[in-house]
Design a protein around this ligand. Structure first.
Ligand code: NAD
Length: 258
């Protein structure tokens, strides 16, 4: 299927590794011109080169801390100048720490808010005029399967992602007339550094992953490219009538019927 992403311009945030990198690669492989952002310029430039070599399509690396209002404002301005348009925004960031509710103070909540909720608000608001100008666009947010069923110790993540679920519904409602769709993708367990860092330090990683996968109907941890495939579809012309949704990529891990 031709996803008609040739000549589309995509911004992928938090893309030096993990899910963001896999999404940038998948969009680039479909012909999109991709602009990737993350904090570490060296790692980001390496990722951009790697993707460009694999796909043959232009990838621009621009350092940004998505939690910093001035940096994200400059980033979106430069990104819009780079190819003269913005068609796709993939909102992503590092995840907040895991711990029990009682262990997070105001500072931890404030940081999670700026990194995982305000960053999405800001980037989306800043791309809006560019998408309105070209007559449409796609905003896709990476959130977490914890918005569908309880994940122990994920109170910071879940609280911020629930905010995004609500915000995306309102955005879908308001942006529909501009032909801009807004959707969330909720990963279950996908094999990235973030997941690897949550494994017990003293355990064999292979065994620990098998143990984690025991309750997943598909019997394994997901691959970043499996989540990227959904994002690429949501970014496509074919997904023009899908908006305001949250779709899980979790191997069936969430048993909730609704
Ligand atoms: P990862 O740690 O592998 O990659 C995170 C990326 O974010 C890196 O490129 C890092 O440089 C970048 N980043 C971190 N803070 C940033 C900042 N302030 N500004 C710009 N870039 C920043 O993580 P991942 O597994 O790819 O996770 C991506 C998102 O998906 C996270 O929010 C995570 O909580 C969420 N998530 C992941 C899983 C999973 O199984 N991997 C499950 C549920 C939710």
């Amino acid at each position: 299927m031709d996803l008609k992403l040739n000549n589309k311009v995509a911004i992928v945030l938090a893309a030096s590794k993990g899910l963001g990198k896999a999404i940038a690669l998948a969009l680039s492989a479909e012909g999109a011109k991709v602009i990737i952002g993350a904090r570490d310029e060296t790692e980001l430039t390496k990722t951009a080169l790697e993707i460009q070599t694999l796909t043959g399509n232009e990838v621009i690396a621009m350092p940004v801390d998505v939690a910093d209002g001035n940096q994200i404002t400059n980033f979106i301005r430069k990104a819009a100048d780079a190819f003269g348009r913005i068609d796709i925004l993939l909102n992503n960031a590092g995840g907040p720490p895991f711990n029990k509710f009682e262990n997070f103070d105001d500072d931890a909540w404030q940081k999670a808010f700026e990194l995982n909720l305000l960053s999405v608000t800001r980037a989306s608001r800043l791309v809006l005029p560019h998408m309105q100008k070209t007559g449409g666009g796609r905003i896709i947010n990476i959130i977490s399967g914890s918005v569908k069923s309880v994940l122990a110790n994920s109170v910071l993540s879940t609280s911020m992602r629930m905010g995004i679920v609500g915000m995306a519904k309102l955005m879908a409602d308001e942006f529909g007339p501009y032909n801009i769709t807004v959707n969330n993708v909720a990963p279950g367990m996908i094999l990235t550094d973030r997941l690897k860092h949550t494994l017990p330090k003293d355990a064999d990683p292979e065994e620990a992953l098998k143990e984690r996968a025991k309750n997943i109907p598909l019997g394994r941890i997901g691959k970043p490219e499996e989540l990227a495939a959904l994002v690429t579809f949501l970014a496509s012309e074919q997904a023009a009538y899908i908006t305001g949704t949250t779709i899980q990529v979790d191997g069936g891990a969430n048993r909730s019927i609704f």
